[in-house]
Design a protein around this ligand. Structure first.
Ligand code: MUC
Ligand code: MG
Length: 374
């Protein structure tokens, strides 16, 4: 093994992959997913992969695929080239000193460094964090075709083949009453044993939330995700206190600082953790620790990443003791193709953590080049 391998190159490629159907959220309807794939090559021949992905251009988060590529090419790559590839803490500290914000970009870079180091040491990314508690994680599916009947049909098929038993509904783009009627119709059609959660993606104000969460709660909905604007932390705390149906913070809980503030006021009884929001796996683990200490449950969230980002998320989520709400790492199944040769395994309502060093995935570089934006 080379003693002090150095980073030779950092490449960021923009990949566009079509979705299997339109995916309708309150802020955008997705017909494709755009990922920034990071490749880090070191002098010992090790190649590490990472992914930085957002939803709906700039409608969801503060970074775009194009800005992420620019941040890597212009600002992060020069900080890494020639440096010791094996000390991730030093590398990320240097990046954080020189590049503010840009957590999505940093998540992809940190993932590629972890994948490299895992391969170098012959251990998985989860093992770099002390090892996974579960190698199979519950995974739900999001119904978001925009049509109630189509959603019911899709869910019934997935229940029949035992791929999912929990479904998340994306609402907030219509009048609340229309959305709630849609949710209740799906809940009734799928029956008691199927868990239904709803994600409002900040679309309601606190007053509207108070009226309509009551109806959702009375109709047996299991979890309410980010009903109000992400900056209204006190409002989230009030809703958490007021309702017995659990309220989950998603957009509100991005950084470790957000998590600290929300833990103090109990702004949510569940946190959706996403490595894109936290800026990588280390920060995701820090937030998990804060949540555990505050008796707040965890949910393994997605930014609808492809396989690389989803597997990276699965590695860190698998180390959490309080992953009481499972995960939504179904992103690869929403896409018509994959750029890895060993896709994730989804079986019996669970995903399986890949075995093998690093992330445990093999990238098909021909496919990557095929889908790469020229
Ligand atoms: C979100 O806000 O949770 C997760 C699943 C899905 O369909 O959209 C994402 C975004
Ligand atoms: Mg959400």
């Amino acid at each position: 093994m080379e003693k002090n391998p150095a980073i030779l190159s950092v490449e960021a490629s923009i990949i566009d992959l079509p979705t299997i159907r339109p995916h309708k959220l309150s802020m955008a309807t997705m017909m494709k997913q755009t990922m920034v794939i990071i490749k880090i090559t070191s002098t010992d021949g090790i190649i590490g992969w990472g992914e930085s992905t957002t939803i709906g251009g700039m409608t969801y988060g503060p970074e775009s695929p194009e800005s992420m590529k620019l941040t890597v090419d212009q600002y992060i790559s020069p900080l890494l080239i020639g440096k010791d590839a094996t000390n991730i803490n030093v590398l990320m500290h240097e990046i954080n000193r020189n590049v503010k914000g840009n957590t999505f970009t940093k998540a992809g870079i940190e993932t590629a460094l972890l994948d490299s180091q895992g391969k170098r040491l012959g251990v998985s990314v989860a093992e770099l964090f002390g090892g996974s508690i579960n190698s199979k994680l519950p995974v739900l599916w999001t119904l978001a075709s925009g049509n109630t009947e189509k959603d019911i049909e899709e869910a019934k098929h997935l229940i029949k083949i035992n791929r999912h038993d929990t479904f998340k509904l994306k609402i907030g783009s219509n009048e609340p009453k229309k959305d709630v009627v849609h949710v209740v119709a799906i809940k009734k059609a799928l029956g008691e044993n199927i868990r239904i959660t709803v994600d409002i993606n900040q679309a309601w104000n606190e007053y509207t939330a108070k009226i309509w969460i009551k109806v959702l709660q009375d109709n047996g909905i299991d979890l309410i995700e980010q009903p109000i604007i992400k900056t209204n932390f006190d409002g989230l705390a009030r809703l958490t206190e007021y309702f017995h149906v659990p309220i989950m913070a998603d957009e509100a809980v991005a950084t470790t600082e957000d998590a600290m503030k929300l833990c103090k006021i109990r702004g949510g009884s569940v946190f959706a953790i996403k490595i894109m929001k936290t800026g990588g796996l280390y920060n995701a683990a820090k937030i998990a620790g804060m949540a555990e200490a505050s008796d707040i449950g965890l949910y393994g969230g997605t930014m609808l990443e492809g396989t690389i980002g989803s597997v990276a998320s699965a590695h860190i989520f698998s180390t959490f003791t309080n992953l009481s709400w499972g995960t939504e790492l179904f992103g690869p199944m929403l896409l018509t193709d994959d750029i890895v040769t060993n896709p994730m395994v989804f079986k019996d309502c669970k995903l399986e953590l890949p075995k093998g060093p690093g992330l445990g995935i093999e990238v098909d570089e021909d496919k990557l080049n095929h889908y790469k934006r020229k």
